[in-house]
Structure formats: C-alpha cells, structure tokens
Design a binder for this molecule. Sequence first.
Ligand SMILES: Nc1ncnc2c1ncn2[C@@H]1O[C@H](COP(=O)(O)OP(=O)(O)O)[C@@H](O)[C@H]1O
Ligand SMILES: [Mg+2]
Length: 281
Amino acid sequence: MEAIRIENICKLFSQKQVLNDICIEIEKGEIFGLLGPSGAGKTTLIHIITGQLAPDSGKSYILGKNSLKLSHDDYTHIGLVLDQEGLYTRLSCYDNLALFASIYQLDKAKIEKVLKQVHLYDDRKKTVSELSKGMRQRLVLARAIMHEPQILFLDEPTSGLDPATTLKIHNLLLELKDKGTAIFLTTHNMEEAAKLCHRVALLHEGKIIECDSPVTICERHNDLNKVIITTKDHQKYILNNNRESAQHIYQLFQSENIQSIHSSEPTLGNVFISLTGKELG
Ligand SMILES: Nc1ncnc2c1ncn2[C@@H]1O[C@H](COP(=O)(O)OP(=O)(O)O)[C@@H](O)[C@H]1O
Ligand SMILES: [Mg+2]
C-alpha cells in the first residue's frame, strides 16, 4: 500500500481552478517534492491530503484511508509542519513538547530524544519567544516527528532559514527517510529539491507538468546536448555530444590540459523557468 495516494484531485477557489486533476502516489521511505511558485496551490494540496479541506472532486488516501475520513488514531501516523503557528511563546521548548506529548500520550523520554535530534537540547529551557526563526522551525519539526509518524508533511520547511539550520533539517529528513518515513514536502528551493527528493512534481496553472526524479527531469530537458570542456589556460570548448567530437576530446586529453568537463543539462531551476516562464519564489 502506498503511503499517500492522490486521485484526480480538483479544487476551485472563486472560479479559479487552483488544482486540476492532480494524481500522485508516494511510497514509504520516499521523499517527494512538490514544486511551484507562490500561489500555485501547494499548501492547498497539503490541506486536502491531510483532510483539512475537501476537494471539489477526486480522492486522496493516507495509508489507504480516505483523507476525509481520518480518525484521531490515523492522525497519530501523520506529522505536519505547516507554519510556526501553535507554539506557546511563553512556554519553554521542553514544555511545548511536553504538552504535545501528553495529548499523544507519549513517553516523556521521547521529548529529550527529539530535542537532541533537532539540536535544541541545550536550549530546552528557553521560552519560544527567545528563539530565533531557525530554532522555532526546528521546534515545530520536533513536535511533528516526536510521535514517530509514518508520513511527514512539510510546507516549505527551510524557507527563509540560514544555511546551517537548513543543513541540520536536511540531514534529519534524510535520516527519517532512511527509517522508512514517507516525506511530502513543498519548496521553491530547487537545490533543496534536487538534493533531497527521489521525485519532484512541478505544479503550474493547476496541473502537474513534470513528475520524475530530478536527474531524469534535467536529462530530459537537455536540449543542447553538448559537452563543455574548459582547459587550464581558460579556453572553453562547447562540443556536440556525439562521435564528431571524439577526436577533439581525445586531443584535449592527450595534451593533459583539461581543467573541467561538464555536460549541458540544465538545472532543475532552469527547467522550471523554461517550462513555466516563471521564476520560483
Ligand atoms: N481558503 C481560500 N479561499 C480562497 N482562495 C484561496 C484559499 N486558499 C488558497 N486560495 C488561493 O488558492 C491559490 C493557491 O494557494 P496556495 O495553495 O496557498 O498556494 P502555494 O502554497 O503554492 O503558495 C492562491 O491563488 C490562493 O489565493
Ligand atoms: Mg504555500
């Protein structure tokens, strides 16, 4: 059974078709990235999958259960990082998690464990109002993973965070994935998507216009199909990626003068711009 199954989801907001026939399946242990510019409908789709919003048509399932029929018990399998809402600013990190632990009837030992996982253990006595944005985000993440959910939803988890915090979050997500957690994340950070995600989907004007591994998408859009060689004396050769170039490349190797060799496939960001005509963000 898939972790998440989305079948023909459509959603209109005041006659605007925000989601148009979206179909996605996500396996356990997979990190899936939904990419799209602001207003594309990413958060709306998370709301629908997690049963917080009804679609106009189509169905979605979490661990085989219809999203609109999820019980309290089903929610124990889901972790959600939507925004930084819901933290009690006058309570400490520890007490915020303790409150959540009591709702979910979790062992207190889980609080310390998760504080260490998100690198907030030394700051556990600080109140939320004393935390930086990156620390708050890690606390929200701690709350979302403390009950060891099988599926984790993250809506732009590293947006606006510094590179060190972003790296900590990335490493944690990779660890969770290795333990079999299915992770559904939205981002407009293409490097993040390329680094973390097994598959990404590009959402544009309500439709998914590409869905595959980042490498496959970039290769598919390698229209130039060139090999770019730079020599130690800063000459740049842009050669066709075929046998015509064999002799030339052979000579460059012979001369032991090669600094770098690159193929011409675009970055995920460039593919996105060429498909949508829009920058992300
Ligand atoms: N509750 C709502 N009522 C009306 N329009 C909404 C509502 N929620 C989102 N929208 C609209 O739907 C579109 C997609 O929004 P959203 O899912 O938040 O996009 P994203 O998360 O990709 O930035 C936007 O045009 C937004 O204004
Ligand atoms: Mg959003």
